[in-house]
Structure formats: C-alpha cells, structure tokens
Design a protein around this ligand. Structure first.
Ligand code: SAH
Length: 349
C-alpha cells in the first residue's frame, strides 16, 4: 500500500500539474492546497470549486484524514490518539500542551524495523512507511479534535524517520509551506536512532530543524545490547557524523538518553558520556525509561537520574530531565497500538 492518491501529500506545484491534466486553470491548485492542508473534511467543503471537478477528484483521490479509533486524555492535558489509516493500519499520535504552545508527536512508519530492546513500537517489526500526507493527517486530525493550534512538531512517534527519509523530507516541506500549516523548521524536531549515512544526506539539505539522536549509552558494549543499529555504526562513528552535521548546519544536536536501572545509569557511564560529548554543541535529554510489559528493563531511580545529571553538568554539558507527560495514558510510543491490536486479536500489523 503506497497511499499514492492522498491529496495531502501533494505540493502546490504537483496540484498544478494535476489541475492542468484536468484542463483546469493554474490558480485552482493553490485553492485546493489551502483547503486540503487546512483540513477540509469532505468534498462538500469545496463550495467554490465546480461540482463536476469535485466529483472527478473524489473518484480518484482522498483528502487523507485519518479516523480516530481511540483517544486517551491524561490528567496533564496530553491527548493520545490512535488513528486508523485508509488501509486499516493504525498509528499513534500524541498532542502535548505547554505554556508556550502545543506540540504534536507524529509517527512516521507503521511499526519499525530498528529493534531497540526497550521500545514497544518495534516489537512486531515494520509493516510499511507512511506517506507525507499520512504524517500530516495525524497533525490536522489531532488539531481539529482538540481545538488547539499546533505550533511545533516532533518526529518521535512510532518509526525511524530516516528509514523513510524521502517521505519525511517532503512532509517537512509541506508543513513548512507558507500557504499550508506554515510551521517553521525550527519548530520541527526529528529523532533518529542514528543511521549515519542518512544523517550525512540530511546534513547536505542544511535544514534548520533540530536533530535528536537516541544515544542511550556511552559505550559500544552497552549500546550494542540495547540498539541493534549500533552494530552497523558504533558510538564513535555516530558522534563523528553528528559533529559533521553540526559543522554543516550550525544546529545544536540533542541527545536522548533513556535511563535504565543498572544498565546505563552508573556514575562511570555519566563520566564516559561527559568525555565523549565534551566540547561539542549539544543538549542531553535524560528520560527515565518507560517500562513496557514485554521487557524486564526498569527505569533508574530519581536520585540516580539526578546524580547522572549533576556529573554531566559539572563537566560543562547541558543536561535536562524530560518532564513525563501523559505517563498515566501509556503516552510512550507503541503501547496503545499494541493494546488495541491485542484487543482485536491481531498480531503482526
Ligand atoms: N526511531 C526514532 C524515533 C522514535 S522513538 C529514534 O530512535 O529516535 C522516540 C524516542 O523514544 C527515542 O529516543 C527512543 O529511543 C525513545 N524510546 C522508545 N521506547 C522508550 C521507552 N520505553 N522509554 C523511554 N524512551 C523510549
């Protein structure tokens, strides 16, 4: 399933071509783009477009609005959605409210093939990539349902964004478009487990987005056990690639570090990490692990996290502890989808 007929995936210039092929004037393209990216729910909303053209388009194309199948609201206002796509696959999306705005965490793939041992999203492997329009659809539907205008986007839901790079780049171009959602690149974060060749390609684009790297361990010995990708690109190669990325883009890199009890949370680990990142322009995000049913790994104790943070701080690095939003609603990725599937008696989708 490639979702080729989703109008949300189309840039104005592609809509122009489509209009041309239907014998329509060029200006219609922008009319459609605004309406589609604005979240038009049905063809009835296109009142200024001739009826015949509407029905011609409706025959072949979709408006790409995913359906809400589950919705969980946390005490802190975080909303987690399970959306159903046109082929029946489901993806998770999280809307988070902050004082300075509303952020949405979107999925980029149905499932994931990276195999990180602590992550619920990868347990059943990868089903397929999401199209650019399917990634946008999550934001538009969450926005419409919640009534909140989204001001920033994190590509940190299910999936590895750089394993679906072409569609993710087009998604960024679409949401960045002034006639569309008009969300600035600096309000977009992309999180990756560290596909070095893809990071090199991304560097060439010189985007102003924030790149987050899921590091989670300071040595190959520990990282190999947690993240299979480390066997392809070890910690040293990854950090060198990140240094080059910073050189090329001037954008400070964010490192994610899930604190796992007795695995990567020793003072030694903190000191090794501090040595590795010394002198780089970086920000470290410490996240107490969210336990998942399928894994025996447990989060570090709060005092261990504080001590770890202190060591990094003393070494001159910026480290913050991620505030846990929505922990009462399984807001960490993959868990809601898995529960829904097991309720429906499904396994590998
Ligand atoms: N594939 C991308 C983005 C998706 S995961 C990546 O690896 O970065 C988003 C973040 O959540 C990553 O940092 C990931 O390592 C982290 N994560 C996954 N499962 C987690 C868990 N159980 N507890 C804490 N963080 C987790």
């Amino acid at each position: 399933m490639t979702d080729d007929n989703n109008l949300k995936s189309m840039l104005p210039e592609e809509l122009e071509e489509l209009m041309f092929s239907l014998g329509q004037p060029k200006y219609r393209a922008l009319q459609f783009f605004r309406r589609i990216q604005g979240g038009a729910l049905s063809w009835e909303n296109f009142t200024d477009i001739p009826k015949l053209l509407r029905s011609e388009l409706a025959d072949k194309y979709t408006l790409g609005n995913p359906q809400i199948v589950r919705r969980q609201v946390s005490k802190d206002g975080t909303i987690k959605y399970l959306f159903e796509l046109s082929d029946g696959n489901c993806v998770e999306t999280v809307l988070m409210k902050y004082i300075h705005g509303t952020s949405v965490c979107v999925s980029t793939q149905v499932g994931c093939r990276m195999g990180c041992v602590f992550c619920a999203s990868t347990l059943a492997g990868l089903a397929r990539n999401l199209s650019p329009g399917e990634i946008i659809g999550q934001i538009i539907s969450a926005q419409r349902d919640s009534g909140y205008k989204v001001s920033s986007i994190v590509l940190m839901g299910t999936g590895e964004p750089l394993d679906n790079m072409e569609n993710v780049l087009k998604f960024i171009e679409l949401v960045n478009h002034p006639e569309g959602m008009n969300i600035g690149q600096r309000h977009i974060s992309l999180s990756s487990c560290g596909l070095c060749e893809k990071i090199e390609k991304l560097a060439e684009k010189k985007l102003q987005i924030t790149l987050s790297i899921s590091l989670h361990a300071p040595t190959d010995e520990i990282r190999n056990k947690l993240m299979p990708i480390n066997k392809a690109y070890g910690v040293e190669k990854l950090l060198n690639t990140c240094r080059d990325y910073f050189e090329a883009t001037g954008r400070r890199i964010s490192y994610e570090y899930a604190m796992i009890k007795d695995v990567n949370d020793s003072e030694d680990c903190a000191r090794t990490l501090a040595r590795l990142l010394a002198g780089t322009s970086s920000h470290i995000n410490l996240i107490p692990l969210n336990s998942i049913e399928e894994s025996p790994l447990k989060p570090s104790k709060p005092e261990t996290v504080r001590r770890f943070q202190e060591i990094l701080g003393k070494a001159g690095l910026t480290a913050t502890v991620r505030r846990k939003l929505g922990s009462d609603i399984d807001a960490s990725c993959g868990q809601l989808r898995r529960k829904y599937q097991s309720d429906r008696g499904e396994r590998n989708r």
